[in-house]
Ligand binder design. Structure first.
Ligand code: ADP
Length: 535
């Protein structure tokens, strides 16, 4: 600290920044970082696999989330440590690129860090470890290509896609309905997919949820849904070949401005006014009918009188539709949002194959389904469930399944799950290590050991002896030269993941290995941590 004076002679204190910072250097920095990363991985480890546990997270305002999805758990964990934040980023990038495997990638990174710690303790330089890991990851990724198989499917044979989505869903809370949900996800993806260009625009798939009903009631809608109903109970509940007027103008006569005074002192005057008001409504309804609209969707409300008239004139209407939804309807149905009745023209009407109102069970809840829209192939996955937490978790699970189906359409190579791919890579990397004469071979062996963490965690979470199970499966793989042996988490009776139909996409698995290696290399290369001191 130093004392100084400004131009008016007032004293002020200069604090030297550096003194206020804590600093960790060299091996201490690496060790501290490694243990932070490991701690995060440790939390997620118990969530891996079909028998993995779920986590319950409470937000500062008391909302509770229960999830099994690695990216979600980390996102909500509110970690303070910078290295822990890197692990959160890691999971997020896997989620962004692939959408699935977000737990696995963190478990793998944690295990790589653990092995790195051992190597550092043996006196190997962190850069050597990083280089060795890089080589090993390349070997593993190439090996994955070798053990991958092509999975043929087309629009008429979607079973392979469904099976792969089922593997993803089997580790989630919703696994009770995994078959139905997997089918929904695959159909949704195929509805918006461009199979020629092998491209899928997931933006076109909306995932909506409403509390109530059962998970089994979840459905796929070829269109969009609105949490609204027809404005009058006697209006038709179903409109085929709907021509929709999308209005942002209110369905009511203009109100007299407050400055003006309306004197009504006789019955006749009142009746004239009333008659004029009615005519006004009538004109508005007529304008809609003239352009050929069979349904009116209105951003504003309208009073009972207008409602009654609409019903009488046989023009179904929906009121109080939010701006965002209005826009969505306009895009999907190819219509235009009309701000004034005078501007209505037949070309501005949106078109949909069918618009229907659906009531749910005994509850008074109704939803409006706008299906087979003219302009867009947009589809909606409509999730039902007992409570909000369940719906939110189902949304996340469906997201994973949608991503998996998309990945398969982009690249139809798969590897087998249940840790079989990791074990096979581990064996391949271990064998390759001997070819390297330098110190890197230790790091490469460390990498091979780290790959075993995934099957071990799967076994442990399923209540099996991790080391015994892993060694048994590994020796079976080597003995039978069968890279498809994995951990039989569900006690089906076979280790062969081909028979169990447990698949993962090749690009997903490769991405896991590449991303985890990248982050671990990054952590290993940090040898100086400067952070502000806490007062
Ligand atoms: P992530 O978020 O990484 O996808 P999950 O909790 O979904 O994590 O677990 C995925 C792991 O569980 C993968 O390694 C996958 O191969 C494995 N797995 C999924 N279903 C089964 C199954 N029925 N038997 C064995 N392993 C399975």
């Amino acid at each position: 600290m130093a004392l100084a004076f400004d131009e008016y002679g007032r004293p002020f204190i200069i604090i030297k920044e550096q003194e206020q910072k804590t600093r960790l250097r060299g091996i201490d920095a690496q060790k501290a970082n490694i243990s932070a990363g490991k701690a995060v991985a440790q939390i997620l480890k118990t969530s891996l696999g079909p028998k993995g546990m779920d986590k319950m997270l409470q937000s500062p305002d008391g909302d509770v989330t229960i999830s099994n999805d690695g990216a979600t758990i980390l996102e909500m964990m509110d970690v303070d440590n910078q290295i822990a934040k890197l692990m959160v980023e890691l999971s997020r990038s896997q989620d962004y690129e692939i959408g699935d495997g977000t737990t696995g990638v963190v478990v793998l990174a944690g295990s790589l860090l653990e092995q790195a710690e051992r190597l550092l303790e043996r006196g190997i330089h962190p850069i050597r470890v990083a280089e060795g890991y890089e080589m090993a990851s390349r070997i593993a990724v190439e090996h994955l290509e070798r053990i991958a198989t092509k999975y043929e499917f087309d629009a008429s044979n979607i079973e392979p896609l469904v099976q792969t989505c089922m593997t993803t869903l089997s580790s989630k809370i919703v696994n009770r309905c995994k078959r139905a949900l997997a089918e929904i996800a695959v159909k949704a993806v195929l509805a918006v997919a461009d199979l020629e260009r092998k491209d899928v625009n997931l933006e076109l798939i909306k995932v909506e949820g409403k509390v109530g009903g059962k998970l089994e009631d979840t459905e796929l809608i070829y269109g969009i849904i609105l949490d609204k109903d027809m404005s009058h109970p006697q209006m038709p509940k179903q409109i085929e070949d709907a021509k929709i007027a999308i209005l942002t103008c209110p369905f009511e006569p203009p109100k007299p401005k407050t400055k003006h005074k309306v004197d009504i002192d006789t019955v006749e005057k009142f009746q004239t006014l009333r008659g004029q008001e009615q005519k006004y409504f009538d004109d508005m309804v007529q304008q809609c009918k003239d352009v050929g609209a069979t349904l009116v969707i209105c951003q504003w409300g309208f009073d009972d009188e207008a409602n009654h008239l609409l019903m009488h004139r046989n023009l179904p209407a929906v009121r109080w539709v939010g701006g965002v939804e209005l826009e969505l309807i306009a895009i999907a149905t190819g219509g235009r949002i009309v701000p004034r009745f005078q501007e209505l023209t037949p070309e501005k009407l949106g078109k949909a194959g069918i618009v229907r109102e659906k009531a749910f069970g005994t509850t008074k809840d109704r939803m409006l389904y706008i299906e087979h829209c003219a302009n867009s192939r947009a589809v909606t996955v409509f999730i039902r469930g007992g409570n909000k937490m369940m719906i939110e978790e189902t949304k996340r699970s469906i997201h994973d399944a949608l991503c998996v189906a998309r990945n398969l359409i982009r690249n139809n190579s798969i590897v087998y799950g249940g840790g079989s791919a990791e074990i096979s890579c581990s064996v391949a990397v271990e064998a390759a290590a001997d070819k390297y004469p330098g110190v890197e071979q230790y790091a490469i062996r460390g990498f091979a050991d780290a790959l075993d963490a995934v099957p071990m965690a799967l076994a442990e979470n399923s209540g099996l002896q991790p080391i015994e199970t892993l060694s048994a499966v590994k020796s079976q793989q080597i003995k039978e030269n069968n890279p498809y042996c994995g951990i039989d988490c569900n006690d089906v009776g076979t280790n062969d993941m081909r028979e169990q139909n447990v698949f993962e996409t090749l690009i997903g698995k490769q991405q896991q290995i590449l991303l985890a290696t990248q982050v671990v290399k990054m952590i290993l290369k940090i040898d100086d941590v400067i952070s502000p001191n806490e007062f």
